[in-house]
Design a protein around this ligand. Structure first.
Ligand code: NAD
Ligand code: UDP
Length: 321
């Protein structure tokens, strides 16, 4: 990816903004495309003055014509609260949006990477999850707009490769966290940290025995860049995530401990189709990308707590003035 213009859809979001930063640091020109449904201008404000950075406000469910050399397709709300807010738009973004970006890549004959998800495994019956596992997904539940939408996008990516010879890459991202997560997106890391900092109860859904594996954002971004740099023969799907597995309750206790908060744990109803276990098998990523996550949960949480603490302080200052 030398001397190239790269399109990052969803570039105003949590992962997308870190990816834009990273690509700029590598000397690339970056076009960040976002409709700001869940992203925020504040995530990329510091990049706006950079002459190598361009921002386009656009919804990928509508076609667009641009001249670029590679596409990272990240546009899609990622938190259950956000993607269930307008499920039809979520499905549209996943399917029509993916098709629009694939058509652009096809016209330009350029590589395109799809940010898929561990949700394609649904509530997995195989543990840890390998790429060869086809998943256990409810096609008609409240999470389906996202899970099935992402599964359909994967199908499209593989059909564009088979039918049109396109250089497509599919990555399956497992729970990723870090600075610039939306403070109200309802995801477990941002929720627990915000609750701890605001001295509110920590809401554990179910009994907290369900597991997740949390990957720090810089590790994920490193892997995304490496996948884009693989030869055309590499299509994925490839799991990207941190295989260290924690229960939700362990995460809550860690956050309380690290913030020094006096918040209490409270137990709420488990949402429908909430996966019981999740942990990536990253053998393929290790082999092909020569990559593995470097940031341990305690370290990543320290930086993420610092980010949210700043956010809370700024909010409090603004309220007072
Ligand atoms: P995010 O919500 O912070 O970012 C998504 C971005 O896409 C936002 O800026 C949003 O405004 C934008 N967007 C949404 N719909 C759009 C549309 N129709 N047109 C243009 N822009 C649109 O979420 P994130 O965590 O940064 O996730 C980025 C991608 O990674 C998503 O595709 C998500 O499905 C995938 N992913 C994330 C995780 C995770 O744990 N963060 C896990 C698995 C997969
Ligand atoms: N969760 C929780 N309390 C919260 C938010 C989430 O217990 O305040 C749980 C949720 O039920 C799930 C896990 O934490 O089991 C991860 O949720 P998240 O929404 O971050 O992502 P998911 O992996 O479910 O897409």
């Amino acid at each position: 990816m030398n001397n190239k213009t790269v399109l990052v859809t969803g570039g105003g979001g949590f992962i997308g903004s870190h990816l834009c930063e990273r690509l700029l640091a590598e000397g690339m020109d970056v076009i960040c495309l976002d409709n700001f449904f869940t992203g925020a201008k504040d995530n990329i404000r510091h990049l706006l003055a950079n002459p190598s950075f361009e921002l386009i406000r656009h919804d990928i469910t509508m076609p667009i014509s641009l001249e670029v050399n590679a596409i990272f397709n990240l546009a899609c709300p990622a938190s259950p609260v956000h993607y269930q807010h307008d499920p039809v738009q979520t499905a549209r973004t996943n399917v029509l949006g993916a098709m629009n970006m694939l058509e652009l890549a096809r016209r330009l004959r350029i590589p395109i990477l799809q940010a898929s998800t561990s949700e394609v495994y649904g509530d997995p019956k195989v543990h840890p999850q390998k790429e060869s596992y086809w998943g256990n997904v409810n096609p008609i539940g409240v999470r389906s707009c996202y899970d099935e939408g992402k599964r359909c996008a994967e199908t499209l990516f593989f059909d564009y490769r088979r039918q049109y010879g396109l250089d497509t890459k599919v990555v399956r991202i497992f729970n990723t966290y870090g600075p610039r997560m939306h403070p109200n997106d309802g995801r477990v890391v941002s929720n627990f940290i915000m609750q701890a900092l605001m001295k509110k109860d920590i809401t554990i859904y179910g009994d907290g025995s369900q597991t997740r594996s949390f990957c720090y954002v810089s590790d994920l971004v490193e892997a995304l860049v490496r996948v884009m740099n693989t030869p055309k023969s590499f299509s994925g799907p490839v799991n990207l995530g941190n295989p260290q597995e924690f229960t939700v309750r362990q995460l809550a206790e860690k956050v309380i401990d690290m913030t020094g908060s006096k918040s209490k744990l409270v137990f709420r109803e488990l949402p429908q189709d909430d996966p019981v276990k999740r942990k990536p098998d990253i053998t393929l990523a290790k082999k092909v990308l020569k990559w593995k996550p470097e940031v341990a949960l305690d370290e990543g949480l320290t930086w993420t707590i610092a980010y949210f603490s700043d956010l809370v302080r700024t909010r409090n200052r603004n309220h007072q003035s």
